[in-house]
Design a protein around this ligand. Structure first.
Ligand SMILES: Cc1cc2nc3c(=O)[nH]c(=O)nc-3n(C[C@H](O)[C@H](O)[C@H](O)COP(=O)(O)OP(=O)(O)OC[C@H]3O[C@@H](n4cnc5c(N)ncnc54)[C@H](O)[C@@H]3O)c2cc1C
Length: 354
């Protein structure tokens, strides 16, 4: 798989898969078997959807042929399976707009400025885009880019923190880890949470405690009620309410927020596709939505008898890929087996079976 730089001019794409959960990953595989190359977009910085984000270490027992694997284990197996088809990845960006064009193609744009002009689109958006929970306080939305970062990775957080007074907001392991990551680079590190209790691995909590005792990390208990900026827009201070309900002012240069990641349906409801209670309605012969060339597979779709299971999504992705290949060919295609078809084996990059 190879990443693609974001581009303001649309890149032509045979297929765009929205969502890199288990069903989106398997969609790439089925499209590859049909000779259709895919771009794969996800709001998360990594593939795997719910399996990777919500239950990476928990066991799954109902994937055909795999008696047991973890959520992350399944994602890794799927990544291996789709490797021959090397999808172009656009991670850490949410598909924002999707519009059918007069000539039959579909134009998509993402929050990172990527534009794709696709022959077909496969919406595998699950329960919505996994996006960071936002701070809801006065003035926060008007902050300039770079003054507030949501869930930056360690390298980004450390780079941004260099020489600055940093407030890390959150109470879970990601927040504790970020405070520890920034301590050497930053001028000052404060860990802000609504109470003096943090959820993290014991080793990280021990490090936090040691740095608190050494005076290198300060813990502040409170809730953000607003931000204060200078006339030129420079971030100056947070307005807080302390546990006694008293207002406090906390000077800072950089705010790093780790308030968790949760799924949001987002803009899908604005794309003009037929929906039933926030899910996309589909034809169960093809998994096409109400717009030609746009399919919906996995947890995002609904039809009589729908079950939100990975294996059902795999079936849906298979029929959707067949349907698009036949739409492009303009006629019915013969069924071929990976066991015996030299064409499919060539696409998979494996030696012909003897
Ligand atoms: C705790 C738990 C245990 C489970 N156990 C099982 C089990 O044992 N067996 C089973 O079959 N199922 C299980 N499930 C359900 C299973 O995880 C889902 O059915 C499956 O993940 C659906 O896959 P998906 O690819 O359709 O969607 P998801 O896994 O939800 O992935 C969708 C992806 O799309 C992205 N996305 C959405 N909108 C956009 C957008 N606009 N732009 C960019 N990206 C977007 C999201 O960020 C996400 O990564 C479990 C679920 C949970 C929560």
């Amino acid at each position: 798989m190879h990443p693609s730089p974001s581009s303001p001019t649309p890149q032509a794409a045979d297929a765009v898969v929205i969502g890199a959960g288990p069903v989106g990953l398997f969609q790439v595989f089925q499209l590859g078997l049909q000779g259709i190359a895919a771009h794969l977009v996800d709001a998360l910085p990594h593939v795997g959807g719910q399996c990777a984000e919500l239950y990476p270490d928990k066991p799954i027992y109902d994937i055909p042929g795999i008696p047991v694997c973890t959520g992350q284990g399944l994602v890794e197996l799927l990544q291996r399976q789709i490797a021959p088809f090397a999808p172009t990845l656009h991670l850490g960006q949410q598909v924002h707009t999707l519009a059918a064009q007069a000539e039959g193609r579909i134009l998509l744009t993402t929050t990172a400025g990527t534009a794709l002009l696709a022959r077909s689109v496969f919406i595998a958006a699950g329960v919505g885009a996994f996006v960071p929970r936002a701070i809801k306080a006065e003035g926060v939305e008007a902050l300039a880019p770079g003054q507030l970062l949501y869930h930056p990775d360690a390298a980004t957080a450390t780079r941004a923190a260099a020489g600055k007074r940093v407030v890390v907001h959150g109470g879970d392991e990601a927040a504790v880890q970020a405070a520890l990551d920034c301590v050497d680079a930053a001028a000052q590190v404060l860990l802000l949470h609504r109470r003096d209790a943090f959820q993290a691995a014991p080793a990280l909590l021990a490090q936090l405690q040691a740095l608190r005792e050494a005076g290198r990390i300060q813990v502040v208990i409170g809730q953000i009620t607003g931000v204060e900026t200078a006339p030129d827009g420079t971030l100056q201070a947070l307005a807080l309410l302390d546990p006694q309900g008293e207002p406090q002012r906390q000077p800072l240069d950089l705010l790093l927020a780790y308030l968790g990641i949760s799924p949001r349906l987002g803009p899908i409801a604005d794309w003009g596709l037929a929906m039933d209670r926030k899910q996309l309605t589909v034809d169960t012969a093809t998994f096409a939505t109400s717009v030609p060339g746009i399919y919906a597979v996995g947890d995002i779709n609904t039809y009589p008898g729908k079950r939100k299971l990975i294996l059902c999504g795999f079936h849906e992705a298979t029929l959707a890929a067949f349907a698009e290949a036949e739409r492009q060919a303009g006629h019915k295609l013969p069924l071929e087996y990976t066991t015996s078809s030299e064409r499919l084996q060539a696409r998979l990059g494996v030696a012909p079976a003897r």
